[in-house]
Design a binder for this molecule. Structure first.
Ligand code: SAM
Length: 239
């Protein structure tokens, strides 16, 4: 990739109104302005993976492969749904891990464009839509692809997808399907009625989800260097 990143600088502090990336002297981009960041080949990977040391794609992919092994399935036998697939980092890792068929879904057309541009062939299908919206056409299109497992890295909570997206995605899977996802630990706070802590517990209580691993890990650092902790949830849909 020929792009030079000499002019790229991280800008904080996160506590004011979020994290920014300066692209040269004249453009300040919010870290979550994915449409802008995805538009530059390799910029997401340079900022988020390299400078901010994000580990969620690796942690989610490895967790998913453990869930597959725990369910005594072969990675090659599954169509895996990657929720909030972004530029395709998770898909690429799972392909290396033996998965043969990946379906990506993301709310942003710019994500699919970046994935096709930078990682062609990783996803057999990459659909665009907001999984939280309950859009029946999107859900039917995804169900038609026959997803047999779900993986998601850094796409739930905060400015990303709310619990409804997780509930909708899980409902697409058959019983006993392997699942692995990472969520900001702040959004797992059990005292927040709208957060993922309550939603995940409800899924467990209703026997829609069985969680076999719940691990805290350093997801990344902020633009000013503080650690951000996420939880990895590994499990399966109820049999
Ligand atoms: C932090 S990025 C992570 C991308 C990729 N999973 C990775 O680890 O590199 C989060 C992605 O989730 C997508 N996203 C957020 N809310 C969504 C929703 N409701 N439905 C589908 N995708 C969503 C965003 O557009 C963005 O591409």
């Amino acid at each position: 990739m020929a792009t030079s990143f000499e002019d790229v600088r991280l800008v904080g502090p996160p506590s004011v109104d979020g994290e920014y990336v300066a692209l040269g002297d004249s453009e300040l981009v919010h870290l979550h302005d994915y449409a802008r960041i995805y538009a530059v080949p390799g910029l997401y990977e340079h900022v988020v993976q390299e400078q901010l040391q994000c580990r969620s794609p690796q942690v989610a992919a490895e967790g998913f492969l453990r869930a597959v092994a725990g369910a005594r399935l072969q990675p090659s036998s599954l169509t895996v749904l990657d929720v909030g697939a972004g530029t395709g980092l998770v898909g690429e890792l799972l392909l290396r891990g033996g998965v043969k068929r990946m379906v990506g879904v993301d709310a942003l057309p710019a994500a699919r464009a970046a994935s096709v541009r930078d990682r062609p062939g990783v996803y057999s299908d990459y659909l665009i839509g907001d999984l939280a919206s309950g859009d029946s056409t999107l859900l039917a299109d995804l169900r038609e692809r026959g997803p047999g497992g779900l993986v998601s890295a850094g796409a739930f909570g905060g400015t990303h997808a709310p619990p409804a997206a997780l509930i909708n995605a899980l409902a697409l899977l058959p019983p006993g399907a392997p699942v692995a996802l990472t969520i900001d630990e702040r959004w797992m706070d059990a005292s927040d009625p709208d957060g993922f802590g309550v939603a995940v517990q409800r899924l467990i209580d209703q026997r829609d989800l069985e969680v076999v691993e719940r691990t805290r890990f350093k997801h990344r650092i902020t633009t000013t260097g503080e650690p951000v902790f996420y939880e990895l949830l590994v499990g399966r849909t109820a049999s």
